[in-house]
Design a protein around this ligand. Structure first.
Ligand SMILES: [Mg+2]
Length: 257
């Protein structure tokens, strides 16, 4: 039997290694609570869905999409509490100056929102086990990020996993960049583990990497099922993804191609 080079693993950071979604959810709920204090709202069955309806309405019409300034969300939520639906509140938040009441409150609301976003997210279940398993199997794991590598280094230090990863690799998630990463580690096969089929898995596979999907809890409805089933493997948790890689199925399936 021919020897194969040990695979190298690139692990997406947000919502693959750690729970960034919960940090956002908590920050958004905190903003709603702070807006409610100034402009009392009615009880809602699902407060997070309420915030996200206003968030999505803003992202749809602001030219910066999801990167619109958070003060607009505070304004839209306040307008929502005054009875405006998400689409109307979003339009008004963008087009008009805020009321005097809101203008004086919004700076504090936004400051507390950014404080909440700065919280270190928790590791997702199975991540430490998976990284330890990879280390016992002598597999190198790199953290892949589109943001700042320095920020993710600080984060992995705070979470106590620095000694289990080889480093942080900064790259946009395009086919070109995945191809560059693949050549960097060749002849070792490169396995990309991520939570988003369209962003992590499909471009990696197009560049000749092996794509392992560990879906995040919230599956956006707009992701087609074909993107979902295109992954070379789907695992429920990070450690199960590493299990699959270590078990060697990967090496035989790559050799079969
Ligand atoms: Mg992710």
């Amino acid at each position: 039997m021919p020897m194969h080079d040990a695979p190298v693993i690139l692990a997406d950071a947000d919502n693959t290694l750690w729970d960034t979604d919960s940090v956002f959810a908590d920050a958004q709920l905190g903003m709603l609570a702070n807006v409610d204090q100034q402009f009392p709202g009615t009880a809602r069955p699902d407060p997070l869905a309420h915030v996200r309806a206003y968030d999505q309405a803003l992202a749809q019409i602001d030219r910066r999409h999801l990167r619109y300034p958070p003060v607009l969300l505070a304004r839209a939520l306040a307008l929502g509490n005054l009875g405006h639906d998400p689409a109307t509140a979003a339009r008004m938040a963008i087009a008009r100056r805020p009321s005097q009441d809101l203008a004086s409150a919004e700076e504090g609301i936004v400051a507390r929102y950014f404080e909440a976003l700065a919280r270190t997210p928790a590791l997702l279940p199975g991540v430490t086990d998976g990284l330890e398993l990879a280390r016992r199997a002598n597999l190198n794991v790199w953290i892949l990020t589109e943001g700042s590598a320095e920020r993710q280094r600080t984060r992995s230090q705070a979470l106590g996993i620095t000694h289990l990863v080889r480093g942080v690799s900064e790259a946009t998630k395009s086919q070109d960049q995945f191809d560059r990463q693949r050549r960097r580690f060749a002849p070792s096969p490169l396995v990309v583990i991520g939570d988003q089929p369209d962003r992590d898995i499909l471009p990696a596979q197009a560049a000749g990497c092996i794509g392992v999907l560990v879906p995040s809890r919230f599956r956006p409805t707009w992701i087609s099922s074909s993107a979902w089933s295109a992954a070379d493997h789907v695992a429920e948790r990070f450690d199960l993804a590493i299990d699959w890689i270590v078990s060697g199925d990967l090496v035989s399936s790559a050799a079969a191609e």
